[in-house]
Design a protein around this ligand. Structure first.
Ligand SMILES: [Zn+2]
Length: 128
């Protein structure tokens, strides 16, 4: 019997197509946000900047931009790993992270266990 937890060419092609499409969409979205920010800036008066609602919207925009650029970078890295035939290999422990994980998060850099560890470490360092 064939194991269902490995990458075959069809799955790799599917994931690659997904990554490319997702990256194109993210790049488009990041570009639009940047353009909007640039276009919006000259009109903004100091009074408007102290407007709480606008400032919350601004924070949200910056957070979205940050999240999208980060995701685009992760997708770039995943595509690079695909090209090097290292796709799906966890950067933490070097073990294939499993098809389920890749289907859920095709640009995941680490397996669930290593990712949880990294996040716990980040939380600890943020807490000081
Ligand atoms: Zn791992």
């Amino acid at each position: 019997m064939e194991t269902t937890d490995t990458l075959d060419r069809t799955i790799v092609e599917e994931l690659k197509a997904f990554l490319l499409e997702r990256r194109a969409r993210l790049q488009g979205s990041v570009r639009t946000r940047m353009a909007e920010r640039r276009a919006g800036e000259p009109r903004r008066s100091p009074e408007a900047a102290t407007n709480a609602v606008e400032s919350i919207g601004e924070d949200f925009e910056v957070a979205m931009l940050d999240r999208e650029s980060r995701e685009a970078a992760q997708i770039d890295a995943a595509l690079e790993r695909l090209a090097r035939d290292e796709y799906g290999i966890c950067r933490g422990c070097g073990v294939f992270m499993g098809l389920g994980r890749l289907k859920a998060l095709p640009f995941a850099p680490r397996c669930t266990a290593c990712q949880a560890e990294v996040e716990a470490r980040e939380l600890r360092s943020e807490a000081g």
